[in-house]
Design a protein around this ligand. Structure first.
Ligand SMILES: [Zn+2]
Ligand SMILES: [Zn+2]
Length: 1019
C-alpha cells in the first residue's frame, strides 16, 4: 500500500470528523457542564484570509479545544460581518461605477441586491480555509449581521441609547473619507495614520486699514480659499516688526524664527488689541458676509507657526466652533467627493489634497506667500480605502460616549488583558480620551438607523422592534429591513400626527459587530441562549481590533447592559515577514495560509504560529518556521510512533494497563518527565501562555525520541517477549497516548491520527491529561539530567580527539559530588566505554603546577622574590593543597615569614598521560583514550555491524527476519570476526556465519585495512 501523504491524512481526518460529527459530539459530551463562553469576531467574507487570520483562528481553536477537553461546554458560533463600505466599494468596482451619484443613477435597489449577493463571494474559501486549518466553529448556524433578526436586536440597543438621550444629531466637523463619501468615527480614524510629506505655508494677510501684514500659518494650504477669519490669543504678546520695507505682525516669541535675524521690532502688543481688525483675504472667490476679521481664541499657541491661525470653519472642529461663537459666516468650498466647487474657478473639480502646490503658486503670484516648507507628519487615512481623510463639516448622528467615560474605564478594570500592558496602555488611554461615536454613514448598505423624525414638530421615535415600528407605520413593513425598502416606511407622529420619515443614514458596521453578544442570539426577543452566553470568558482577536472589535464590544455592552461583555481579552500581535516588515500583497512578501497548509499541513502551520514566538508581540514569520515546526515536532512524533508501531506489530503487542511488565529506571524517568510536562503545560495554558506550553511539549518529545527511545532500542529489538520488553512497550504506549492528548488542541490532526491507531477512538473526545503526583520524581529527573550532561561531555572529548563512537574506549572517570553508578549502563552504552569510575574529585588524575607571577609577586616580595620562585617550583603537594584550599600559605624563607597568595601564582593543570578532561560547572569527566589492539579490533567489528545493517536494509529484508552471512576474508580478519562473534550476533539477527574462500556478487568492505567480501541472504 502506498504510504498516505500528509495532505491525504489531514483530508481523511477532516472527513472522519464530519461523518462522525466529532465536533458536535465534543460539545454534546459536555452538555451539563459549566459553560466556557467564547465570542467569535465576525470576519468579512468578501476578502481573502491572510496569515494573521490563521494566527487568530489557531489561538481561538486551541483555547476552545483545551477548555472542552478540560470539561467545559464551549459553544462556538461563527459569524459574518456583512454590511458596510468594503462591500459597497467591491460592488462599485464590479459594476465599473464610482461614487454616490453613479450608484443612484444605477439604482439603489439593484445596488443593494448586488451587495447582498457579493457578501458571500469568498464564503466558500473562508469555509474551506477554516476547515482545513482544523478550526472547529459552528459555520452551519452562524450569526449574520444582515439578517432581520440581527438588525432587530441592533435596533433594540439603539432604541435604548435613544431613550437614554445619548443618541443625538449634530452638525460637526468629522473626519471624512472623500472616496467613500462618508464620515468616520474616531476609532476608525485611529486605525489609519500614515507618515506623509506635506507643505505648510506662511501667508500674508494684509490689514484693510493699513499696510501692516498678519502672518498666518497653515499646514493645509488647500483650506485657504475657504478662509473666514484669523485667530489670535488675547493674552499672548505680539510684535510689529519690520523686514525689507514691510511691517509684519507675529507672536513675539516667534519673531526671529519666522522673520530671521534681520527683522527690527517696532512695537509690542497684547493679542486682544487686534480683536475685530479687518484684513484682505488671500482669495476672493467667495464673498463672505460676516468674516475676514481677527478673532480671539484661547486654543492659539506659540509652540509653532506664527501665533496667528487661519480659520476655515468647514475643516476643523476648533475653526467651526470659533466661527459659530463669533457669529461669522460658514462657508464650504469642497464638495462631497473632496473636490473644489465651481466657485473656486482656478481649481474647480480637482481633489483638494492634490492642490496644495497650486494654492501656494497662486499665493506667490499675488505676492501673498511669505514662506513655504515641506514637512513630514502623521496624517489619517481611510482604513478601508486608503484615501487621505479630510476634516469636513457634516450632519451626523453621535452616541455620547464621552458621558460614559468613567463607566467604560470602570468596566475595563474588570477585564484581564493579554498582554496586560494593553489594559492601561493602548486601550486604557483610548478610553481616557474617548469622544462621541459618530455612528451614521451616508451610505446604502448597512443596518438602517432606526430613527424616524417628524417633518413638522421634529419629534424623534426610535422603535425598539419590528412590532413597535409596525404600530407607528402607515403601511405594512417590507420583508427586507434594508434601504431602500425601509425608507418607504412612513410613520405618524404621536405628538402632532404629522408624517415622520426615517433619517436616511445607515450605521457604522462597528456598531453591528459590537452588538454581537446580543444580536447573535436575537436578544432580547429570545432569552435563553443569551443568558448562558454572556459575558464571554474570552475574546481573541488581533491587536488592530483594540479600537475596532474590542472597543465596540465594550462600548455597546456598556451602553446596553452597563457592564463589560468579556472577562479576558487576548490581543494578538501582527504577523510580519521574516525581516520584520508588514506583509502585503503589493510588496509580494505576503504568505498565503492556504498555500502553507497545502505544502506543510495545518498542524505544522498551527504549531509554527505558536511555538516560535509569543503571540502577543509582532511576529516574524516565514515558510522556514513552518518547515521547522514540521521537522522538529511533527516528524519526531511521527517517527517515534512509527518505531512503536513497527515493533508492536512484530511482537503482536496489545496494550494492557494492568500488565506493566518490569519497568526500569528509564521507564520511570520518562513517565516522570511526562507528568512534570503535563503539570507545566496545564499551568501555562490556564494563563494563556501558549508558547511556553508548546515548548514544554516539544522538549518532552525530544527527550522521548532522543533519549528514551534511543536508550530503549535494544529492549524492543530483543528476541522473545520479556517483562522488560513489556515495560518498554507499555511505557511508550502510555507516553504516546498522553502526548496526543497534550497536543490535541495544538496539532489536532496528527494527534487524532496517532491516538486513533492506539485506542480506536477520537482524542478530541478525551479529557485533557492531569498530572499524577505519584509519577513525578524530581530527583530522578535531575539525576538523568546529570547523566545526559556526562554523556555530552564524553562526546565532546570524542569529537575533539576525533574518536568516533563506534570505537570502544577503556575507561571513563567521573568526578561528581553524587555517585550515580546505578546509571552506569546508560553511560557505557552511550559513550561505548568499558569501565566507569566515580570519584569525588579528579585530584589523582590532574596535577596542578604553580609558577610565580612576577607582576604581582615582584611587588609583594621585593628582594626575596628569587627565594620565593625557587620555593614555588619545588613545592610539596601538601603545601599546594593548602594553598589551593585556603587561598594563602605562610612560609619561612630568607629567615622571613612570607605569605604567599593565590594572586602571586600562575596555575597550570596537566592531566595524567592518556586521559582527556572535560568539565561543565562542578561536573568533570576524564576519558582514557589509549587504544589497545583489542579495542581497535572491536571498533572494526562495530563498523562492520553497521555496514551489514545498512546492506540488509537496502535488500529490504524484514527487520525481524534472520539472515545468513557468507564472508570471504583473510585469516587475520576471520580471527577478529570470530573473536567478536557474540557482539555480531547481539546486533544482527544472523543464523549462519560461513567463512568461504571466495564470493561472487558480494559486497566489498574494508575491514581492518584490508578488503573483504560479504554476501547476505534470508535464512
Ligand atoms: Zn475610504
Ligand atoms: Zn410631530
Amino acid at each position: 500500500m502506498e504510504k498516505e501523504t500528509l495532505q491525504q491524512r489531514e483530508k481523511r481526518i477532516l472527513s472522519y470528523w464530519q461523518t462522525e460529527n466529532v465536533f458536535e459530539k465534543s460539545i454534546e459530551n459536555r452538555k451539563n457542564r459549566d459553560s466556557f463562553v467564547f465570542y467569535e469576531g465576525p470576519p468579512t467574507a468578501n476578502g481573502l484570509p491572510h496569515v494573521g487570520h490563521a494566527l487568530g483562528r489557531t489561538v481561538k481553536d486551541v483555547v476552545a479545544r483545551y477548555k472542552t477537553m478540560q470539561g467545559f461546554l464551549v459553544e462556538r458560533k461563527a459569524g459574518w460581518d456583512t454590511h458596510g463600505l468594503p462591500v459597497e466599494l467591491g460592488v462599485e468596482k464590479q459594476l465599473g461605477i464610482s461614487g454616490k451619484q453613479e450608484i443612484e443613477k444605477y439604482g439603489i435597489e439593484p445596488f443593494i441586491q448586488k451587495c447582498k449577493e457579493s457578501v458571500f463571494t469568498y464564503e466558500k474559501i473562508w469555509r474551506s480555509f477554516t476547515e482545513q486549518l482544523g478550526y472547529w466553529v459552528d459555520m452551519d448556524h452562524p450569526y449574520v449581521t444582515l439578517d432581520n433578526s440581527y438588525i432587530e436586536s441592533v435596533w433594540h440597543i439603539l432604541s435604548k441609547v435613544h431613550k437614554d438621550r445619548l443618541l443625538y444629531k449634530g452638525h460637526r466637523v468629522s473626519p471624512y473619507c472623500p472616496s467613500c463619501q462618508t464620515s468616520l468615527s474616531s476609532h476608525e480614524v485611529a486605525q489609519g495614520y500614515k507618515d506623509v510629506k506635506d507643505l505648510s505655508a506662511t501667508v500674508k494677510f494684509r490689514r484693510v486699514d493699513s499696510n501692516e501684514i498678519f502672518l498666518g500659518w497653515t499646514t493645509t494650504p488647500w483650506t485657504l480659499p475657504a478662509n473666514v477669519a484669523l485667530a489670535m490669543h488675547p493674552d499672548l504678546t505680539y510684535v510689529k516688526a519690520q523686514l525689507d520695507g514691510e511691517v509684519f505682525i507675529v507672536a513675539k516669541s516667534l519673531v526671529f524664527t519666522v522673520l530671521g535675524e534681520n527683522a527690527t521690532i517696532l512695537s509690542e502688543h497684547q493679542g486682544a488689541e487686534f480683536a475685530q481688525v479687518a484684513y484682505k483675504p488671500p482669495f476672493d472667490y467667495i464673498a463672505v458676509e460676516h468674516g475676514h476679521v481677527v478673532v480671539m481664541a484661547e486654543y492659539v499657541t506659540e509652540t509653532s507657526g506664527t501665533g496667528i491661525v487661519h480659520i476655515a470653519p468647514a475643516h476643523g472642529e476648533d475653526d467651526y466652533q470659533t466661527v459659530k461663537e463669533h457669529g461669522l459666516s460658514f462657508i464650504n468650498v469642497v464638495d462631497l467627493r473632496g473636490c473644489y466647487t465651481n466657485e473656486i474657478t482656478d481649481l474647480a473639480g480637482r481633489f483638494v489634497k492634490d492642490c496644495d502646490v497650486d494654492v501656494i503658486k497662486l499665493l506667490a503670484a499675488s505676492n501673498l506667500l511669505f514662506h513655504k516648507e515641506k514637512y513630514e507628519h502623521s496624517y489619517p487615512h481611510c482604513w478601508r480605502c486608503d484615501s487621505p481623510l479630510l476634516y469636513y463639516a457634516t450632519d451626523s448622528w453621535f452616541i455620547q460616549m464621552s458621558a460614559l467615560k468613567e463607566q467604560l474605564l470602570a468596566n475595563n478594570n474588570t477585564v484581564t488583558w493579554y498582554p496586560d500592558h494593553i489594559k492601561e496602555g493602548r486601550f486604557g488611554k483610548f478610553l481616557e480620551n474617548v469622544v462621541d461615536w459618530n455612528i451614521s454613514r451616508n451610505r446604502y448598505w448597512g443596518t438602517p438607523l432606526n430613527v424616524w423624525v417628524c417633518t413638522d414638530c421634529g419629534h424623534e421615535e426610535a422603535p425598539e422592534s419590528i412590532a413597535a415600528l409596525s404600530l407607528l407605520a402607515q403601511q405594512p413593513l417590507p420583508d427586507d429591513l434594508h434601504k431602500p425598502y425601509i425608507d418607504d416606511v412612513v410613520c405618524t407622529c404621536p405628538q402632532c400626527h404629522a408624517t415622520m420619515r426615517r433619517t436616511p443614514e445607515v450605521i457604522d458596521v462597528w456598531f453591528d459587530s459590537g452588538s454581537m453578544p446580543f444580536a447573535q442570539h436575537h436578544y432580547p426577543f429570545e432569552q435563553e441562549a443569551f443568558q448562558k452566553q454572556f459575558p464571554a470568558d474570552v475574546v481573541i482577536e488581533g491587536i488592530d481590533q483594540t479600537r475596532g472589535f474590542f472597543y465596540s464590544l465594550l462600548a455597546v455592552s456598556t451602553l446596553y447592559k452597563g457592564q463589560a461583555p468579556y472577562k479576558n481579552v487576548l490581543s494578538l500581535g501582527h504577523v510580519l515577514d521574516e525581516h520584520g516588515q508588514k506583509m502585503s500583497k503589493s510588496k509580494g512578501n505576503a504568505l498565503d495560509p492556504i498555500d502553507l497548509i497545502n505544502s506543510y499541513g495545518a498542524d505544522a502551520l498551527r504549531w509554527a504560529l505558536l511555538v516560535d514566538s509569543s503571540p502577543w508581540n509582532p511576529k516574524r514569520f516565514s515558510t522556514k518556521i513552518v518547515q521547522e515546526a514540521k521537522s522538529k515536532l511533527l516528524d519526531t512524533l511521527e517517527n517515534t510512533f512509527s518505531f512503536y508501531q513497527l515493533y508492536a506489530g512484530i511482537d503482536q503487542f496489545t496494550f494492557d494497563a494492568a500488565q506493566q511488565g518490569t519497568p526500569i529506571l528509564l521507564d520511570k524517568w520518562v513517565l516522570a518527565r511526562l507528568h512534570t510536562t503535563i503539570a507545566k503545560v496545564t499551568t501555562h495554558m490556564d494563563d494563556y501562555q501558549f508558547t511556553q506550553g508548546c515548548r514544554e511539549i516539544a522538549k518532552l518529545m525530544d527527550d522521548v525520541s532522543n533519549w528514551y527511545v534511543r536508550r530503549s532500542r535494544q529492549r524492543f529489538w530483543a528476541s522473545g517477549f520479556s517483562e522488560d520488553k513489556r515495560a518498554a512497550f507499555n511505557t511508550l504506549h502510555t507516553v504516546l497516548s498522553e502526548v496526543c492528548k497534550l497536543l490535541a488542541p495544538f496539532t489536532p490532526f496528527i494527534a487524532e491520527h496517532i491516538y486513533m491507531q492506539l485506542h480506536n477512538e477520537s482524542v478530541h473526545l478525551q479529557d485533557y491529561p492531569t498530572a499524577d503526583a505519584a509519577c513525578i520524581n524530581v530527583k530522578l529527573e535531575e539525576e538523568m539530567t546529570t547523566i545526559v550532561k556526562i554523556v555530552e561531555l564524553g562526546r565532546s572529548i570524542r569529537n575533539a580527539k576525533n574518536l568516533k563512537v563506534k570505537q570502544p574506549l577503556a575507561e571513563l572517570i567521573i568526578a561528581s559530588a553524587q555517585n550515580l553508578s546505578n546509571y552506569n549502563r546508560i553511560i557505557q552504552e552511550e559513550l561505548n566505554i568499558k569501565q566507569i569510575q566515580w570519584l569525588p574529585s579528579t585530584e589523582a588524575f590532574v596535577e596542578t603546577h604553580f609558577k610565580l607571577n612576577f607582576k604581582t609577586a615582584g611587588a609583594a616580595f621585593g628582594k626575596h622574590v628569587n627565594a620565593v620562585k625557587s620555593y614555588v617550583e619545588t613545592m610539596a603537594t601538601e603545601d599546594k593543597n593548602t594553598l589551593l584550599c585556603e587561598g594563602q600559605l605562610t612560609v619561612q624563607l630568607d629567615e622571613q615569614s612570607l605569605t604567599l597568595e593565590h594572586a602571586h601564582l600562575l596555575t597550570e593543570s596537566t592531566v595524567k598521560d592518556g586521559y582527556e578532561l572535560a568539565e561543565d560547572g562542578k561536573l568533570q569527566v576524564l576519558l582514557y583514550t589509549h587504544l589497545t589492539d583489542s579495542l581497535i579490533a572491536e571498533g572494526h567489528v562495530r563498523d562492520f555491524i553497521r555496514f551489514v545493517q545498512d546492506q540488509r536494509k537496502q535488500l529490504n529484508y524484514p527487520i525481524e527476519k534472520y539472515i545468513d552471512m557468507q564472508i570471504a576474508c583473510s585469516s587475520q580478519q576471520q580471527m577478529i570476526l570470530q573473536q567478536f562473534e557474540a557482539l555480531l550476533r547481539a546486533n544482527i539477527l544472523v543464523q549462519d556465519i560461513q567463512f568461504v574462500a571466495s564470493l561472487n556478487n558480494a559486497f566489498c568492505y574494508t575491514f581492518a585495512q584490508e578488503e573483504l567480501q560479504v554476501s547476505l541472504s534470508l535464512n
